[in-house]
Ligand binder design. Structure first.
Ligand code: HEM
Length: 373
């Protein structure tokens, strides 16, 4: 597809599929022509945090807006996610890792996804937001519900999961509203206080920011950790990582490229435009395949091989342009600390790679059974 029809209209899904690195990069960098606002025709003023028809708050966030709105919604927090600021959280993240690993120590067999990769980023973000310790369990329940997957594809099951997600979203939204109210004017250094004091944001936008961190940061980090263990085991590199013959930071970068946790992004053309010889019309939807771009042979040698030593590794797993992932440095640091401690603590970590069920849109695994000692 990438070679033969690099920009291709899929009639059934009514979207342009874009596969080549250069085309994906061009669309992501040209936010004037390709909007991230899925309802770009709607009146912006109606999206200010008021309740929508179904009672769910309409949460305007940086990820679904374009500059200058996106710049306003991101500006207050950008600095807190820069490498220097993120390094300060490292001891906290190490402590979370150790606590989770302590719980695993008595088990010889465990599911890496359920018992480590899912709870880990949820606890980290709860700490950064400043969720009080006595509400952590409730917070985890909501977070789990937000990313719950249907057990089968019957309409009833799909509806049940959607209903539970909406309930969790409402409950969490109300809870964030309470905390924002309490912390307004406070001097704590948690992210909820930072948001509460951001005068350029409405309360609805502050709630939207808190929810976005959970939605954008948890399942993606879960999948990065899982895909890293999966890829390292699959390529027989576990021992080389433990002995540091292979640098685990580079293995994480290569996992981001080789098994990108977010496989695709959407944009909408706001005017007629040509892309790789195809005439895209205003209002057309584009699906930008990060997973395919990250294996484009024009950019990467032997793209289908997992090679941690690859340099440079200009993958786009965190996107590019104005929406470049806010949490990229945090996700990298979390994965770095987690892998470092995991391999340090256990001499053997055998992941069972038989019968794995890869998930597609958000690329990861349903479960990854491991044995360790
Ligand atoms: C944006 C990937 C972790 C917060 C994005 C985008 C990608 C991405 C591809 C661009 C979306 C677009 O252009 O439409 C990932 C991956 C992660 C990860 C692969 C983990 C491996 C995190 C974490 C957080 C986070 C840990 C925060 C706690 C965000 C936010 C945005 C974003 C707020 C929106 C930025 C904006 O629109 O300006 N992420 N992300 N992400 N990510 Fe991440």
């Amino acid at each position: 597809m990438r070679q033969e029809t690099p920009v291709h209209f899929d009639e059934q899904r009514e979207t342009w599929d874009v596969f080549r690195y250069e085309d994906v990069e061009r669309v992501l960098k040209d936010h004037d022509t390709f909007t991230a606002n899925r309802a770009f025709e709607a009146d912006e003023s109606s999206n200010d945090g008021d309740d929508s028809d179904d009672g769910l708050p309409m949460l305007q966030t940086m990820i679904t807006t374009d500059p200058p709105t996106q710049t306003r919604l991101r500006g207050f927090v950008d600095e807190r996610f820069q490498p220097g600021a993120i390094r300060e959280y490292q001891p906290q993240v190490a402590e979370v890792t150790e606590t989770l690993l302590d719980d695993l120590e008595d088990e010889s067999c465990f599911d890496f996804v359920d018992e480590f990769a899912i709870p880990f980023p949820v606890i980290v973000i709860a700490e950064l937001l400043g969720i009080p310790a006595d509400r952590r369990d409730q917070f985890k329940e909501w977070s789990d519900a937000l990313v719950a997957r249907p057990e089968d594809d019957t309409p009833e099951e799909m509806k049940r999961v959607q209903r539970e997600q909406e309930e969790a979203q409402r409950a969490m939204g109300r809870y964030f509203a309470e905390l924002l109210e309490e912390r307004d004017g406070g001097d704590g250094d948690d992210l909820i206080t930072l948001a509460a004091n951001a005068e350029e944001l409405s309360r609805g936008e502050q709630i939207g920011f808190c929810m976005l961190l959970l939605l954008a940061g948890n399942i993606t980090t879960t999948n990065l950790l899982t895909n890293a263990i999966w890829s390292v085991e699959e390529h027989g590199l576990t021992d080389a990582i433990r002995t540091e013959d292979v640098d685990h930071t580079q293995a994480i970068e290569e996992t981001l490229r080789y098994r990108s946790p977010i496989q695709s992004l959407k944009r909408i053309a706001v005017e007629d435009v040509e892309l790789h010889g195809q005439r895209i019309q205003a209002g057309d939807v584009l699906t930008l395949w990060l997973g395919a771009a990250n294996r484009d042979p024009e950019i990467f040698d032997t793209p289908d091989e997992f090679r941690p030593e690859r340099r440079p590794n200009r993958h786009m797993a965190f996107g590019t342009g104005v929406h470049f992932c806010l949490g990229a440095h945090l996700a990298r640091m979390e994965a770095d600390v987690a892998l470092d401690h995991l391999f340090d603590r256990f001499d053997r970590l055998d992941a069972d790679l038989s019968g794995l069920e890869p998930l597609s849109a958000l690329y990861g695994l349903e479960s990854l059974p491991c044995e360790m000692s």
